[in-house]
Write a protein that binds this ligand. Sequence first.
Ligand code: GTP
Ligand code: MG
Length: 633
Amino acid sequence: MIESPVQMFPPGMLFALVGNPNCGKTALFNRLTGSRQKVANYSGVTVERKEGRFGAANGRFARVLDLPGTYSLYPRSQDERITCDVLSGFARGEKRPDVVICVIDATNLRRSLRLFFSVQRKGLPCVIALNMMDEAKARGIGIDARKLSELLGVPVVCTVAVKSGGDRELRELIEALLHNKQALELPKDISNDAIPAEQDHKRVQRILTQLGIDHLVPDVRSARIDAIVMHPVIGPLLLVTILFLIFQAMFEWASIPMDMIEEAAGWVGETVEAWLPDGWIKSLIIDGIIAGAGGVLVFLPQILILFFFILVLEESGYLPRAAYLLDRIMGSVGLSGRSFIPLLSSFACAIPGITAARTISNPRDRIVTILLAPLMTCSARLPVYTLLISAFIPSHTLDYGLSLQGLVMFGLYMAGILSAMTVAWVLKVTTRTGRQVRPLLMELPTYRIPSPLSVCIGLWQRAKIFLRRVGGVIMTMTIGLWALLSFPSPPVGATGADIEYSLAGILGRWLSVLLEPIGFNWQISIALIPGLAAREVAVSSLGTVYALSGSEDAAAEALIPLITQQWSTATGMAMLAWYIFAPQCLPTFAAMKRETNGWKVPVIAITYMLILAYLAAWIAYRVTPMMLPTHLM
Ligand SMILES: Nc1nc2c(ncn2[C@@H]2O[C@H](COP(=O)(O)OP(=O)(O)OP(=O)(O)O)[C@@H](O)[C@H]2O)c(=O)[nH]1
Ligand SMILES: [Mg+2]
């Protein structure tokens, strides 16, 4: 008997958005399906297949796929392979699309048409969405959509994916196709895949001539901006200034909203304290939830400020330029400029950074990038850094209005970057393939002014992610820790604090034997364990540990003054150094395993990060006292 798997697909016609990178597929997908997938102004934003649902006016619906951008149907990287697999019908659990919507950047018809021909040759019914019509018009490129449709023999609609209603024509076309499935005919001459590129090129040239747009229209505005941004001297200076200003702003702008949240949390704590009768419920709410999870909320303003800058930079088109500027330096340690954007995404969170490494076609470069991603300072480290900086670094304003705390934060980010470069360099000199030089070929997109609305939506999404983390993993871990710290109760006649007899108290003492050489007391040692789930949990855990070990009225007290009093500066610095390197985030290593299909890469990463963290913390703990005047020790 021959067995063959039976594949079941969800009902509904399947439309797939296919096109070159950065032509606006995801922006269109979001409009058509009401989704909120990430849109940004560089190539390689989408690296996964995403599905959405298009609801037509008459109650029918269709499934729509957003796919990674590709230049050809000969995939060179993993993200391109996903698109090619879907078009060939090899994607697991998915049928071949019924209709391909070829999204074409109207300002670059030449390149987009070649991909369109290849898709058509796969025997798939196609329609064309001429996107970015607004930019084409602004640059004086007029395209006669009707004539293009006649020349190609497929429906052509014009779209402006970033404008409300800019997808109207495409919606109408999809509705018409849903109504009449037979409406699309396959081209007669789909025959073989092996038509030489030369022939396609001639065909494209002919079409452009017939449309009267065969002359190149340069992007004058972008070229003018690039004269400054890509200048060999001004360019790098500008890059450092931008990064520097971001960290200054994170401290300067965030202080007022942070104080407000802190005050509100203090008020809630006091109110609950006054109203609830003593007992374990009161302790859970005050010591577990308010002092723990609530303590992390304070960092929302800083995280939003950081993301404000990331969103603006992403949409402006600056990022690939920064990749070029850094390509030489990155090349000197054996990294390619291609790694820049995945590594930059890791400043938000290492997990999307690790996934974004799919765009890197060279397997070695990809693995190295994945190994380095967790060294970039993710936003989950912010609460830990801010807590320690606020506790140990005076909030002086230096000359030129610079904030000392902002400067230290900048230094910590730099430490992450420099250590990643050092690790990359070590990998370069110790691996055989490390010494090859691979030139960076990357498209420089048109500069765009970010739309305030999309920045606001992006910030709102970020705020939701953060609040969900606070209410989810952070709250759960903190409550779990609270339970471990509260039970079992001390034996009758015990003399020490209750917490010393709890399970976590005992565990913390064991661990502190290991961590004592780097200056960590038992409170820190305990906080590190739940902190494995997410880095910010260390802050909420410290909140809970101190709330439970303190006197009654210390409960609603803020954590910052508490640790200033109780820790030596050397311990504070050791913990900062620890957090630059420590592999304190299990989901990151799960992502590494998923992306590399094995445990080897995550195990290497955990090992080297742990060693670096311990060493760095040890050095910081020993060196700090030598640097400090005696009265501050
Ligand atoms: N002016 C203008 N900008 C657009 C239009 N469509 C998309 N954009 C912008 O173009 C950039 C790329 O959009 P995306 O939707 O991320 O492009 P994509 O094709 O999904 O890109 P990849 O996922 O990298 O392949 C973003 O900056 C969008 O805001 C349009 O019709 N007009
Ligand atoms: Mg996309």
